[in-house]
Ligand binder design. Structure first.
Ligand code: MN
Length: 262
């Protein structure tokens, strides 16, 4: 099995080294990761300058550092290495729960693989004052890989591992409460500045990724690429019928105003 590794914390993050140590038991591993941290870059891709990749030491694995975004790394890696079976992204230093799915670079790397038709898994774990204890979560990382690498049907899965897991759980994204917050401050010159940060969320819905993590469970959320709101699409078609071309729309309005005598 060919396993391509990426992340958004950069190729020197302890998280991607912990993931590589675990993933190599399941197949041949290669690493394509950003040369510097690219957290919260979301699904940005680089289009206005050329990208370079440089081979870099990484245990005895083949590894390449890229001067681009997480999505760039996966696009370049899949282009360079043929026959990849699955892309793993992480392990991120910091959770990626609920609405974070929109700005997470970790998840974007996995999603880029899914967009290109590959299976992909994003993995994240909380961080704080101390770095995550990867030895402590390793058995659960291995269990997740055992389950998800064997399964050929799930295309994109977002996995979050608590500090001391007690079990595993299938979940959905917690999107009811957004944790983003703008905090104003002042620089040493007295000028106003702002931090985009997160606020703790107290309410959690059962069955969500946040709920699982709060109960010490490893959260596994299958995701889809199609963002279309099917229900709203149907309702919009019903409530606001539109002509399929502006040309026929003009004729239609002309006809209607003629008939109504306006
Ligand atoms: Mn990160």
């Amino acid at each position: 099995m060919r396993i391509l590794l990426a992340n958004d914390d950069g190729i020197y993050s302890p998280g991607i080294h912990a993931l590589a140590d675990c993933a190599r038991r399941f197949g041949e591993v290669r690493v394509y990761a950003p040369d510097v941290e690219q957290s919260s870059m979301g699904h940005a891709i680089t289009h206005s300058r050329p990208l370079t990749i440089k081979q870099t030491p990484f245990g005895n694995l083949e590894a390449w550092r890229v001067n681009g975004t997480p999505a760039d790394c996966v696009a370049l890696g899949l282009n360079a290495w043929g026959g990849v079976d699955v892309v793993l992204s992480g392990i991120n230093l910091g959770t990626n729960l609920g609405n974070a799915a929109w700005h997470s670079g970790t998840l974007a790397a996995a999603r880029q693989a899914a967009l290109l038709g590959y299976r992909a898994i994003a993995l994240s774990t909380p961080t704080g004052e101390a770095e995550p204890n990867f030895a402590q979560i390793e058995p659960y990382v291995a269990r997740v890989l055992e389950l998800l690498l064997e399964d050929r049907t799930l295309q994109l899965v977002n996995v979050n591992l608590p500090r001391s897991p007690v079990g595993l759980c299938w979940t959905r994204l917690a999107i009811q409460h957004y944790d983003g917050r703008v905090v104003p401050g002042e620089d040493p010159m007295g000028r106003r500045h702002f931090w985009l940060t997160v606020k703790p969320i107290e309410e959690v819905e059962e069955g969500t990724d946040r709920w699982a993590m709060r109960h010490g469970m490893v959260s596994m959320t299958p995701l889809r690429l199609d963002l279309t709101d099917d229900e709203m699409l149907m309702k919009a078609k019903e409530r606001m019928p539109v002509e399929s071309s502006m040309e026929s729309d003009r004729h239609h309005s002309a006809g209607r105003s003629h008939r109504s005598g306006m």
